[in-house]
Ligand binder design. Structure first.
Ligand code: HEC
Length: 171
């Protein structure tokens, strides 16, 4: 009985210590956590739940593409100020949907379409064509079933050349 009481007392003490530690760690954890910005939570066509799209971006894309879509020479291409230009040239839409990081993502079609639309609005709204139609789950599902393999870089180079030629001709 005595031993039992001692054990219960020890457990209570341990629980109190843990609660105290957790409280002490709270503000530190909160300071390290960056909440979503207003731009990240803005509503846009094709993004049914901006907070979910932002979270999906953080957990599935940002590690390589960086929080501001800046990319880096050692991880992934820059998306900021560039990614929507693919939508201005023939073949660009399918190019985006078939990128391995997109096509092979663990996200289902609905959430993936949402995060791709979110990415376009978030990182390159100025380059979105006036008649931009957001990706639907159905369209993205169809395109992602054939991810790029060999040949992707040649396609990318050809698209970049078309983008540059279009830019040289003017809008
Ligand atoms: C493991 C790192 C990694 C992850 C995770 C990742 N990407 Fe990428 N992404 C790349 C790399 C590397 C490329 C360049 C093409 C290639 O080599 O696959 C790329 C290319 C792209 C491109 C084409 C850019 C261009 O100029 O050609 C887009 C758009 C893109 N990624 C979006 C996303 C999105 C959206 C997600 C999340 C659903 C994502 N990526 C997840 C590494 C990643």
């Amino acid at each position: 009985m005595n031993r039992h009481r001692r054990f219960a007392g020890g457990a209570l003490l341990a629980a109190l210590c843990f609660a105290g530690l957790a409280r002490a760690a709270g503000p530190v954890a909160a300071a390290a956590y960056r909440g979503a910005s207003t731009a990240e939570l803005a509503p846009h066509p094709g993004v049914s739940d901006p907070r979910l799209a932002w979270q999906d971006w953080v957990l599935n894309c940002q590690g390589c593409h960086r929080p501001n879509g800046d990319g880096s020479a050692h991880t992934a291409p820059k998306l900021a100020g560039e990614v929507a230009r693919y939508l201005r040239v023939p073949g660009g839409r399918a190019y985006l949907a078939r990128i391995p990081g997109i096509a092979s993502s663990p996200l289902d079609n609905r959430r993936l379409a949402s995060v791709v639309n979110w990415m376009l609005w978030r990182f390159d709204p100025a380059d979105l064509p006036a008649d931009f139609r957001p990706f639907t789950a159905e369209e993205l599902g169809r395109m992602r079933s054939r991810p790029w393999r060999l040949g992707m870089y040649a396609v990318r180079r050809a698209l970049q050349a078309r983008i540059a030629a279009g830019a040289a001709r003017g809008p």
